[in-house]
Design a protein around this ligand. Sequence first.
Ligand code: URA
Length: 478
Amino acid sequence: MRQIVLPLIGTVAAWRAEARTLAGEGIPADQVLWQVGGQTSDLFAAEEATPGPPRTLRLPRAAVDGIEGALCHSDPQRFARGYDILLRLADGTLQWGDRSDPSMHKLLAQGKAVGRDVHKMHAFVRFRELPADHARRRFAAWFEPEHATLERATPFFANRFGDMDWVIATPVLTATFLGGTLAFSETTDRDAPPEDATEDLWRTYYASIFNAARLMVKAMQTEMPKKYWHNLPEAELIPGLIQGAEARVADMAARAATEPPVRRTAVARDMATPRKDTPMQGSLAAVKAEAQGCTRCPLYAPATQTVFGAGPPDAPLMIVGEQPGDQEDLAGVPFVGPAGQMFDAEAEAAGLDRTQAYVTNAVKHFKFTPRGKRRIHQRPDRPEIDACRWWLDLERQLIRPKLILAMGATALQSLTGKGEGILKRRGGMEAAPDGTPLLVTIHPSYILRVPDPAAQQTARENFRADLAQAAAFIRDAA
Ligand code: URA
């Protein structure tokens, strides 16, 4: 039996190095005892592991990412499971993503749980400002993640709050960001810090960012489980905010901008221009993994992550929006924010099953301008749309949908080379460059921004009719 003790900090990288060595030596999965952050025990030292055939590991990126994500789960068996799966993938006796294998099924579920935990940390960490003793402002936060996700989650804060010094303490590890350098240490004081005077600031902040249009108590409770509430000073505001929500929605609609005028620029894109890029081969999962490192336009820099399409790889319908919004940027999934909720409600009313569709965007990074602590959506420009068409084309070629639903001018621009005249073109059937039928409709967020209630109702009915038309097309084509 081989005993491996992994460090508490840098656990995943250490596991990776150990797994590579063990596999190279041919040590089978059932001959390894994994521990993290403890002392080596000599209980098994006397028994030598019996090696099998050595393996050289060459795995797809998606598999490496998936295994390493699941290693942040709190399950003590995660390291052993990860190593077992790694060996079987290397041997070719297991396919990545094969859920009929119980271990794979568990690993994928744990990877998802880790993703949710990271998202919760991004959403619910609340910094308190500390007195500054030098030029940079200083903040501290306490958070209790369910899994070992601090190291995975903190680069997001370094990106977002790069011009401040901050500390995020959790019961096990503490992340410290000082002068632009991120470091981790073991937490010494494992109790949450006491409430302090700056809580008022956070209450004001929370009240101002509260998005009344999204207010659904059930959804809110799912998103913000009660167990997190004791660390959230703003939680006591929630009942009052719920009461005021309806009035705030009406007020927001009244003040919101109307759909920006359609662009006047001439349509100049030559759809036949050959690409300079080498066409990329591979599965949708491989393309998605590749897109995570996309730097094809400057939008990648301030965004949290590439938000790639989601849905069945053989979906008959491909739905294309504009670009991820604030919430999509954090969640890494398209159409989960206010526009997504509007879409879901209308799709349900129109008999369109979103789970049967592949949902994506013309531009895969969130474009925004910071305003105070908020990130305000900005429409993508032509060069950004053109740069990102690389990914949209690949998605289209891999999915080969029977119908594309282009929602809004940006999607239409990217897919047909002409984004103008959306209100005249909506409801009409056109074609993508490869001939795939393409149905034009408005973007759901447009409905949210129409100020006049009667006009809003008409926009909503039109949108619903377009979605019903898409659903009927797919049914007929089946
Ligand atoms: N708007 C979009 O176009 N796409 C999203 O994913 C979210 C909002």
